[in-house]
Design a protein. Sequence first.
Length: 253
Amino acid sequence: MYAEERQQEILRIARAQGRVEVAGLADELNVTTETIRRDLTLLERAGVLRRVHGGAIPVERIGFEPALATRDAVLIEEKERIAKVALAEVPDEGAIILDAGTTTARLAHLLPADRELTVVVNSPVIATTLGVRANLNVLLLGGRVRGKTLATVDDWSLRPLADLYVDVAFVGTNGISVERGLTTPDPAEAAVKRAMIRAARRTVLLADHTKLGNDYLARFGELADLDLFITDTVADNDLVGDLEAAGVRVTRA
């Protein structure tokens, strides 16, 4: 088993059991405890586990939300593939919403230069990337900037969204499950995401496989709100099957 495969297995076990122990993992995976400790350190740096005495806990179990820079440094290839597939959902002309997030940011970089689009964003980072493009009319939603995600939130973001109606909203999520729908740790961000969904004819969710089966504090959407969910090929087959059985159209990148 390669190191990346072992680390993915450690993460899978942690999410299934709620926590993992160094000694138990070493026995189960037939490696040394030093190797397991290195794996846990790398997974913590990736923002998916939090180290505790003798083992680790998946971050979704403790409400820990990794910072933007941490999330942007992991699953890069998967996010790039998701963004490339999402390009097919961008209209030839009209208006779209790009939610703040690391996968939607990659879609922003890929937006074609030959389409006249209005792009509504709640990320100053994405606005800076797109603002110099002559073919794009970029509208940045105001409000308080959350340090964790660099997303604008609260009333100054919500008011403009109430009066907008775009062709497609591309949104991200921290968790998606049949039981709870679409969830995120912060209620303020949940409110903005909810308003984005209401402001769009179609909603496309962009989320890598680590988001499947997770639930967080604040729900911002139901599965029925989604017209399409684009994830990566590593996504658990059973979890994807449950979503499809609940009526979600899923595409793997």
